[in-house]
Design a binder for this molecule. Structure first.
Ligand code: 4NP
Length: 159
């Protein structure tokens, strides 16, 4: 099993969108029995909540269903259970590095390290912005998801 965790601040905009997009790509590749996907937030304000309506709507417009997702906070156990812990921005990566035990052997990095545009390293937080921010976020997440899946397939010889 390959376990992938997407992390943002609130777990209601960026990381649930990545969760919904990446699981769709994994399903299309018939790898859903091998690749386990989850998302979480470094903050605790939105625990138990559905994704933000604007994120749900932007995702739905492109065929991704986020309706079953509920926000949760990152826990110490996540560092035992996940092979890839992918942060949406530097601030969340910093929080995760502080939590990470010395023996964590997985990949802890920025999700956009998988984005081919090397000038774009953070998924901007769309929460306080307008609807366009959610569309921009979704496009960045789709591009990075394609590359992430391709690298996982290569690493684990899943082709
Ligand atoms: P997310 O966006 O980290 O992409 O889920 C945010 C959601 C809520 C807040 C901040 C960012 N907030 O401050 O409540």
């Amino acid at each position: 099993m390959i376990n992938v965790l997407f992390v943002c601040l609130g777990n209601i905009c960026r990381s649930p969108t990545a969760h919904g997009v990446f699981r769709e790509y994994v399903r299309h590749s018939n790898l859903e029995d091998l690749i386990i996907i989850d998302s979480a937030g470094t903050g605790d304000w939105h625990i138990g909540k559905n994704p933000d309506k604007r994120a749900t709507c932007a995702a739905k417009n492109k065929g991704y269903d986020l309706s079953d997702l509920r926000a949760r906070q990152v826990t110490p156990e996540d560092f035992k259970n996940f092979d890839y812990i992918l942060a949406m921005d530097q601030s969340n990566l910093k929080s995760l590095r502080r939590m990470s035990p010395p023996n964590f052997s997985g990949e802890l990095k920025l999700f956009l390290d998988y984005h081919p545009d090397t000038s774009t390293k953070e998924v901007p937080d769309p929460y306080y912005g307008d609807d366009d921010g959610f569309v921009t976020m979704l496009t960045m997440i789709e591009t990075a998801s394609t590359e992430l899946l391709s690298q996982i397939k290569n690493n684990y010889k899943l082709m």
